[in-house]
Design a protein around this ligand. Sequence first.
Ligand code: SAM
Length: 214
Amino acid sequence: MQDQEFWHNKWAENKIGFHLVDVNPLLPQFWPQVQPTQAQSVLVPLCGKSEDLTWLATQHKSVTGVELSNIAVRSFFAEHLYTPMVTSLSSQHELYQFDELSIYTGDFFTAPLESYDLIYDRAAMIALSPALRVQYVERLKSLIKPKGKILLIALDYDQSEMQGPPFNVSESEICQLYSDMKVTRLHRDEADDKHPKIQNGLSRFAEEVWLIEK
Ligand SMILES: C[S@@+](CC[C@H](N)C(=O)[O-])C[C@H]1O[C@@H](n2cnc3c(N)ncnc32)[C@H](O)[C@@H]1O
């Protein structure tokens, strides 16, 4: 699939501008609004080698990531000096486990996942093309437990002004794809004139945090 090759190439060439060296500050700021308990399981789709996995593992007994790239998953464990147990599940998926953390390598759409209480989506939905986003949301809905909640961090800009990824994911798209769930915008951080995206010609650019509840 073309999209998968795109991401494999990004990791192989270390072109990972989306990766943050620290925990995304929006996670500790807004995770309490999910009203999480330690016993609740968390899924982090398209997790990369995010530091957010480590933060979530300090809050929860079971955190599961899914990431296409072996390079990303191996780097995550190597950079933290963790030695995971690695299980080969099929020709396409492996499972890396270390304490509270489990990370599946391979395609999120076919990974042998269970169901989860909470989902954290940072730079996952916005990484996918519009057609894949429809399948992605269907997959998330099939993986979330009754009364489950999703914290989504998305971007809002005029798609005609810049090519994705990251893609614009508008309020109307979120409300339409999650029309059977309660959707609340918790936060909108509007870029000002000094922001590189505005200086590069975008007329607006905002990071938004959404709470999506069953
Ligand atoms: C924009 S990055 C975000 C990574 C991470 N969420 C973060 O905040 O740093 C998107 C990630 O999704 C992964 N990815 C793309 N398509 C995927 C798929 N079908 N299954 C699993 N991972 C995928 C890419 O390899 C990439 O690491």
